[in-house]
Design a protein around this ligand. Structure first.
Ligand code: ADP
Length: 360
């Protein structure tokens, strides 16, 4: 199981960054339509703006664009903006949907001139499809193989020029020949709280929700640097404000609402806290092996590793070391616990089982 599968295995997670069906229904209405409306990502925005403007001035198609970054940071949105700014249609598909080279050939050969082809999760495409894509990107041509065995023949097929926008959660997983065929690569970063506040105010306006500055800041702080999560939490907080308050989302209403949904002040949910609590109380802060930790919280090893850990590591609450998982000093503080003298979470030599709930 990889990151994407693990994320899909926990689809109902309020803090999951992958889109659920509820998100899909509202996201269309919340997507910024042009680069000016797109919040944050200044560097990518400026660089991409130049790429697009230059292409427009030349009257040609924009170079192929690779967008890398975690789910929910705006890769699909940017691909739509690219199409809108170039005044061309967009076709959206994903790596896992293209299992055979023939699937890709069918899509490519039906593209309109200049069209944007958005290929989400491009790192999950099958090998033969990937190889076909090399030639399509470079020469706007594919070889369609007809027949099997010794009688098989390759029929070259000319394609109209198009712009491929590939999205990946891990640019490092792409084979270099594929990576090299993109004219521009944009690395999407997690958003700063102030940027998420802008996203929240913008979405609140579109959804007709009243949010004050404190309310937006409270939601932003719990959104894990991810606009998709910010928009989702905004909707849950809106429900709470409507049912239990006067409809206005203040800092206090947002905090109370997110407490109901078990999203804490730092954006940790129940699973994150369970992992951290087990690490601290059962294993004295570690180091402890991943499998042992997973058993302790009653979850699959992959779920702990792929769903909970990345954020805990990013937040500086947990460290992966060669000897196992270790809690940092910040983890003890966050859960309001006191670290045992000889632990402290930086791998000071404490073995699992030496301290813990009933330790000295
Ligand atoms: P990804 O393709 O990276 O998973 P999306 O483009 O689908 O992410 O974005 C998820 C949601 O977050 C969209 O509904 C969009 O409205 C919102 N969003 C993402 N980035 C931004 C941004 N920079 N400004 C405003 N809203 C954003």
């Amino acid at each position: 199981m990889n990151w994407d599968d693990a994320a899909q295995a926990a689809p109902d997670r309020l803090l999951g960054a992958a889109a659920d069906s509820d998100d899909q229904a509202v996201e269309a209405a919340l997507r910024p339509r042009d680069l000016g409306e797109f919040v944050g990502q200044e560097r990518v925005r400026e660089q991409l703006g130049l790429v697009l403007q230059a292409a427009r001035q030349r009257g040609g198609t924009a170079d192929h664009v690779l967008l890398s970054g975690a789910p929910g940071l705006g890769k699909t949105t940017l691909s739509m903006i690219i199409a809108a700014e170039m005044g061309v249609p967009i076709r959206i598909t994903s790596g896992p949907a293209i299992q055979h080279a023939g699937d890709l050939a069918a899509i490519l050969s039906s593209l309109a001139e200049g069209e944007v082809l958005f290929l989400d999760e491009i790192h999950r495409m099958s090998r033969p499809a990937e190889e076909m894509l090399y030639m399509a990107m470079e020469d706007f041509r594919v070889d369609v193989v007809v027949g099997k065995g010794p009688g098989a023949t390759a029929i070259p097929l000319e394609l109209p020029p198009f712009t491929l926008v590939g999205a990946t959660t891990r640019a490092g997983l792409l084979p270099p020949p594929l990576r090299d065929r993109f004219g521009f690569t944009g690395h999407m970063e997690f958003y700063a709280p102030a940027e998420l506040e802008r996203v929240i105010h913008r979405s609140a306006g579109l959804l007709d929700v009243s949010v004050d500055a404190g309310g937006a800041a409270e939601i932003a702080g719990r959104s894990r640097g991810t606009p998709r999560i910010a928009n989702r939490l905004l909707r849950r907080v809106r429900d709470y404000a409507q049912v239990r308050a006067d409809g206005l989302v203040t800092r206090e209403t947002a905090a109370k609402a997110l407490e109901v949904y078990e999203v804490d002040a730092r954006g940790l949910d129940r699973l994150d806290r369970a992992v951290l609590r087990a690490l601290l109380t059962l294993f004295g802060g570690g180091p402890v092996g991943l499998s042992t930790l997973a058993v302790a919280v009653g979850e699959e090893r992959e779920t702990v590793e792929e769903v909970a850990e990345p954020f805990l590591v990013r937040e500086g609450l947990l460290a992966r070391t060669p000897r196992g998982r270790v809690a940092t000093a910040a983890a003890w503080t966050h859960l309001g616990l006191v670290a045992p003298q000889h632990s402290g979470g930086t791998g000071s030599g404490t073995g699992p089982g030496q301290t813990g709930l009933f330790g000295p």
